[in-house]
Each structure stands twice: as structure tokens, then as C-alpha cells.
Design a protein around this ligand. Structure first.
Ligand code: PMV
Length: 325
């Protein structure tokens, strides 16, 4: 048995749209911060007596949909690396699942590492990133810690579409508050939201046209540890992603009224001279980028807003690792 742990990551420049659904290859590159407090821990035990994978998620048997997605991912590993046995898989998130908090990123990164390691494979980060990407695109960014870039790549087989570290987790003590408004699973999955946006949103070409310049500016801002630039580019990129999704038919709307209330509060704080910036993924919850000295005050401020259920204070976290074998 191998137990592996991986942190979730939050995109500063978003991945939105697949050019290959099966291999989960993106239309655009993206850039993220691995978080230190939200993680998945997964055990994998291969067993010749099993006639299918047996999957337990958060102490409950996986639903047929979850089991099918994980089984398909395990089949890819088995066929790539000539593994014959099915596996007993137990996975646990220390945070709400499928609520736009990147549980699929930490989940598939932990599973890729545990499944490979348990089979005796000692894969390099790049190979693990390619593998994790095939479970959930953003999972390829959770193999490494700190600040990460995922190259979109151009090869049809996806071997050049993986993530690398730009800055390690110890290099910059910038913080991210994860503001949980609603812990239930989201209505529109990121896969469905992306597919609908790519197929129907007239705004999608504009999104793609603006990505390279966002990536270049963000890379530079991270290298310079320029908090204002990182926050400003991140917020603009997030709004563009949601704008292109809103332009889909039927529309892809992830925000709740409370989401907008928090956005306004962040703008008021900035006008008052307190610097903080937001980003939002495929769900209503908000993540706020801020400097360490402001965390206590800003956390208190947002916890006082009705409807805010919880706030988790994160910093940059480490990459995926094996805890036990
Ligand atoms: O990898 P997925 O299918 O969970 O998609 C992630 C999509 C976003 O969170 C909205 C953006 C991103 O880059 O993480």
C-alpha cells in the first residue's frame, strides 16, 4: 500500500477550455499557486483478487459516476505501465469536495502519485504531471509546490502539456484566504462549463487572444514578487474567464449573490488603502490574495459577513509527496 498526499492549487491565470477532452489538453496555458492547507490524502493497494477497482471517497463508497471516472484514470495508468491488478483506493479531502475549491486537482495529483508509487514506478515530476492531467487538467499543477505554470503544449499526444515550478513555496510568504460561502457540490461541473463555453460563447476567442499577454505579465510579476501586479492581473484574468462563461448558451453562471457582495467588499477595502484581490473558480466561493500582515484583520472583516461559513488562511504549499508505503 502507498499513501500519498497532494495540496490543491488555485489558478492565478485560469485554464478554461479543452482542445482534447479525452487527454484533457487545454486551449490555453495557466499559472497557479499551490495551497498549504487544502489537501487530499489517498491510499492505493493493488490486489490480484479484485475484479474491479474499489473506491472509497471521504469514508463513503464512490458514486457510480465517481467510480467510473477514477476507474478510467486507473485504466490509463494500467495500460501505460503494464499493470495488471485492480486496486483498493481510499481518498480523503480535508475540505469540501466539488465546491470550486480544486478538490479534483489535489485528488488526481494524490491518486497519480499513490497509484504509480504503489506499482513500483518512480516517475519524475514531469511524468507525474502528464499523468495527473489526464484525471483532471488542473491536477497537473498540484504535483509541484509554490507557483506553477502549466504549458498548454502542441503535441497531439499531450506529452508537452505539463506543469513546472516557477518559484518554490518558501520563496514568498504571500497569503490566500479561501472564503467558503457554500460547501455543497457545484451545479455545473468545470468540464461541462468549459465545453459549453468553447462551443457557444462568442467571447471565447477574445479570452484566448488575451492569455499569452496575461501569462507573460504574471510570470514577470511572480519573479519580481510584485504583489500589486500579481493581484491586479489575477483579478482581471478571473473576470475575463467568468465573462466568457456568461456568454455561453445556456449561460454558465457560478456566482451567487454573496459572491458579488464579497467582490464589492474587496473593492471597498482597496479604496480604503487595504490591498487585497479576488479570484473565483467553477463555484461560488472566493479566494482572496493578500499580504501576511493583513490576514487577521481581513479574515475578521469577512467572517462578519452573513453567509460566510468559513475562511481558511493559506500560504503557498509544497508539492505532492508519499507519506507511507
Ligand atoms: O481541472 P478542472 O476540470 O477542475 O478545471 C479547473 C477550472 C478552473 O478551476 C476554473 C480554472 C483552473 O485553472 O483551475
Amino acid at each position: 500500500m502507498t499513501i500519498a498526499q497532494a495540496n490543491s492549487n488555485i489558478a492565478l491565470i485560469k485554464y478554461w477550455g479543452k482542445r482534447d477532452q479525452n487527454l484533457r489538453l487545454p486551449h490555453n496555458g495557466s499559472l497557479s499557486m499551490t495551497l498549504d492547507k487544502l489537501f487530499t490524502r489517498t491510499s492505493v493497494t493493488y490486489d490480484a483478487a479484485l475484479d474491479q477497482d474499489h473506491v472509497v471517497l471521504n469514508d463513503h463508497p464512490a458514486t457510480p459516476v465517481q467510480a467510473a471516472r477514477i476507474g478510467e484514470f486507473m485504466d490509463r495508468i494500467r495500460s501505460s505501465y503494464q499493470i495488471k491488478e485492480y486496486a483498493e483506493i481510499h481518498s480523503h479531502n480535508n475540505f469540501p469536495t466539488d465546491a470550486g475549491l480544486a478538490s479534483s486537482a489535489s485528488g488526481f495529483a494524490a491518486l497519480a502519485l499513490a497509484a504509480a508509487y504503489a506499482a513500483g514506478l518512480r516517475l519524475k515530476p514531469q511524468e507525474l504531471s502528464v499523468l495527473a492531467r489526464q484525471g483532471s487538467g488542473s491536477a497537473c499543477r498540484s504535483i509541484e509546490g509554490g507557483f506553477i505554470e502549466w504549458f498548454k503544449g502542441t503535441d497531439p499526444d499531450g506529452m508537452d502539456s505539463y506543469a513546472v515550478q516557477l518559484l518554490d513555496e518558501k520563496a514568498w510568504n504571500i497569503c490566500m484566504l479561501v472564503v467558503i460561502l457554500e460547501a455543497r457540490a457545484k451545479d455545473i461541473s468545470s468540464t461541462e462549463g468549459m465545453a459549453r463555453t468553447v462551443q457557444t460563447s462568442p467571447l471565447y476567442p477574445g479570452w484566448l487572444d488575451s492569455i499569452e499577454s496575461d501569462l507573460t505579465s504574471m510570470r514577470l510579476a511572480i519573479q519580481k514578487k510584485d504583489f500589486t501586479a500579481v493581484g491586479t492581473i489575477m483579478e482581471h484574468n478571473c473576470l475575463k474567464m467568468h465573462a466568457t462563461a456568461l456568454g455561453a448558451q445556456p449561460p454558465v453562471i457560478y456566482w451567487h449573490p454573496k459572491t458579488l457582495e464579497i467582490i464589492q467588499e474587496i473593492q471597498y477595502l482597496r479604496e480604503a488603502g487595504i490591498e487585497c484581490y479576488f479570484t473565483i473558480d467553477a463555484g461560488p466561493n472566493i479566494k482572496i490574495l493578500l499580504q501576511e500582515q493583513d490576514t487577521t484583520m481581513i479574515k475578521r472583516n469577512f467572517l462578519a459577513i452573513k453567509g460566510v461559513q468559513d475562511i481558511i488562511v493559506c500560504q503557498a504549499g509544497r508539492g505532492a509527496f508519499v507519506c507511507e508505503e
